[in-house]
Design a protein around this ligand. Structure first.
Ligand code: NAD
Length: 554
């Protein structure tokens, strides 16, 4: 493993730093293109009708400033919204939503296509912001761009078919005509975490908007600028002012206020917060999708290509510095392959380039915060204290960056250790030995999470059969984590403690609509025509039942 020392940005981000905060201690890694003027053009998108539009315009208006992971210095101040701002943002969204919904789906889709093209052109800016605010390696920031562009294009092209009227047979075939139609919920609230601030901040907003909703998104306090950049780009793509608004402020207060006012809440975050969100949404009887945490297993069958399995494990375990909901934390290896796989995995781990650079020269970047570093360190220390063995890494790397943790492989992990079944959310993976497929399945299905899983095997039929028995919303065969999530036409979401509902595909957009049944009669009200005795009407009805049965209708 090559540990490079901290490297200043090499892209445009390396140019002169203009500290918006005027703060001598501000992060010198601020992207060069993010001048004060440009910063103001982003923060203007914070919805603050109650507490003041921008920090400059409202005396004493509060701001919050996150800490840049690469140097542990303040990023840039962002206006902090209040619960009143959240309520006002939802009210403004509610006012403009009917006009937005009145546009045709193709008219709304055109905006998504424009957004897609602008994003592909201007991707370096958002990658700079993602890295500065969150600390991941450039390649993982690019994966956010890739995913969002694919989602935008997919819903722009397929949205109309997902939302199309569904024709069903009516109460009396031939006499009644019935359609199930999709009606937008109204105002959709989106609460997203810091780990994929771009993908999770906008990936759900795109289908919600396409379905005719207005959206109010709550930015995570760690990564607001990335979401504001996305909002500003959507404005360039033609999205009207209040149709999608971004609110800020403390996570719990702003998040709860959002749930209290919107018509549907799409939440991504921890299982603990997800439960609170579900309870609050239930009190208002609004729908919620909950994309929560995981403890994802990867099974290596005896017949697997071990070089492939090691490569897939490293990619999935250390992706996004291990701060990815679907990343692999448990690797369950058939005992016959265990020693060879362990060797291949350790070689692949040691080849990971651990660094903080604004180019593609790093494979693994920093953790996002001191809190993340503390949590990961605590999990590993607890495991080691209780008897686990560190095969690689197992310690912070302050020589690389303040919140950097070495890619880590453990074995000998047992259930009394915190990291056995508790989500670590860092670049740490534990090896387990299985005697056969049934044993592997038993270990994979331990715990209460059920987000993502993986099976490596040359026997695709056996792998497929095993996949269907793993309790997980997605299973990747011969890939660690990304082929299921990258298939944006297929639903992505968890079971058990990993959540409710799906993003992506048909379910990912239909959740933002209500299904309305529109039934039409060609002959007026259903019932006996004037003058017909009820006895005769019932007899006709019974004859019809027998005929429909013979004709195999329904
Ligand atoms: P978190 O639950 O602490 O925070 C998530 C979001 O909720 C943040 O924006 C936060 O400000 C907000 N929030 C905090 N308290 C709230 C409350 N009481 N009401 C409403 N909103 C509130 O999660 P985190 O630690 O920031 O994110 C990491 C977690 O997210 C991990 O567990 C990870 O597995 C999970 N995650 C899941 C998915 C998925 O698709 N399943 C994707 C990414 C991350």
């Amino acid at each position: 493993m090559t540990a490079t020392t901290h490297t200043p940005p090499t892209s445009a981000a390396s140019q002169a730093v203009d500290s918006g905060a005027g703060d001598a201690d501000a992060s010198p890694l601020r992207p060069g293109w993010l001048t004060d003027r440009r910063l103001a053009s982003l923060t203007r998108w914070v919805a603050r009708p109650v507490s003041g539009r921008t920090a400059g315009e409202s005396e004493g208006a509060a701001t919050t400033t996150a800490v840049a992971p690469y140097d542990a210095k303040p990023t840039a101040p962002v206006p902090a919204g209040t619960t009143g701002d959240v309520a006002a943002a939802v009210a403004a969204a509610r006012r403009v939503q009917p006009d937005w919904a009145a546009l045709s789906v193709p008219a709304r889709a055109a905006g998504l296509h424009r957004f897609h093209d602008l994003l592909v052109e201007r991707q370096d800016e958002v990658m700079d912001l993602i890295q500065w605010e969150m600390g991941k390696a450039r390649f993982h920031a690019w994966q956010e761009v890739l995913q969002v562009a694919n989602i935008a294009r997919h819903y722009a092209r397929q949205g109309a078919s997902y939302l199309a009227d569904h024709k069903v047979r009516g109460a009396i075939p031939g006499v009644t005509k019935v359609r199930e139609v999709r009606v937008p919920k109204g105002v959709v609230g989106i609460i997203s975490p810091w780990n994929y601030p771009f993908y999770l901040g906008i990936g759900d907003a795109l289908p919600a908007l396409l379905a005719g909703n207005a959206v109010v998104g709550k930015a995570d306090p760690q990564t607001p600028l990335t979401l504001l950049w996305a909002r500003a780009l959507m404005a360039e793509a033609g999205l009207p002012e209040h149709v999608w608004q971004v609110v800020t402020g403390p996570g719990a207060a702003s998040g709860e206020a959002l749930i209290d006012h919107v018509d549907y809440i799409a939440f991504t975050g921890s299982t603990a917060t997800g439960r609170l969100v579900a309870e609050r949404a239930a009190r208002r009887l609004i729908g919620a999708s909950l994309e929560l945490g995981g403890k994802n297993p990867l099974i290596v069958r005896a017949d697997a290509d071990l070089a492939q399995a090691a490569r897939g494990t490293v990619a999935a375990a250390f992706a996004n510095t291990g701060q990815m909901c679907i990343h692999i934390e448990r690797v369950i290896v058939h005992t016959d392959a265990y020693d060879d796989f362990r060797e291949a995995l350790l070689a692949a781990t040691s080849s990971q380039r651990l660094a903080q650079t604004f180019d593609l020269s790093a494979d693994v970047g920093s953790l996002a915060s001191q809190a993340q570093l503390d949590k990961v360190s605590q999990h590993v220390e607890d495991a080691v204290a209780k008897g686990a063995t560190v095969l690689a890494g197992g310690r912070p790397r302050p020589d690389v960056g303040p919140f950097v943790y070495a890619p880590t492989v453990l074995e000998g992990v047992t259930e009394e250790m915190d990291l056995c079944l508790g989500e670590t959310f860092g670049p740490v993976v534990a090896l387990y030995r299985a005697s056969d497929d049934e044993d592997a399945l038993r270990i994979a299905n331990q715990g209460t999470a059920g987000l993502s899983a993986s099976v490596f095997s040359k026997d695709l039929t056996a792998a497929d059969a095993l996949a269907r028995r793993i309790r997980a919303g997605s299973v990747n065969i011969n890939d660690g984590a990304s082929i299921a999530a990258g298939s944006v036409e297929a639903g992505m979401g968890g079971v058990g403690d990993s959540g409710l509902g799906k993003r992506h595909g048909g379910e990912g957009i239909r959740r933002f609509t209500d299904s309305q049944t529109v039934a039409m009669s060609r002959m007026g009200p259903l019932g006996p025509p004037p003058g017909m005795a009820l006895e005769r009407f019932v007899a006709i009805g019974n004859a019809q039942l027998r005929a429909l049965r013979r004709l195999k209708v329904r």
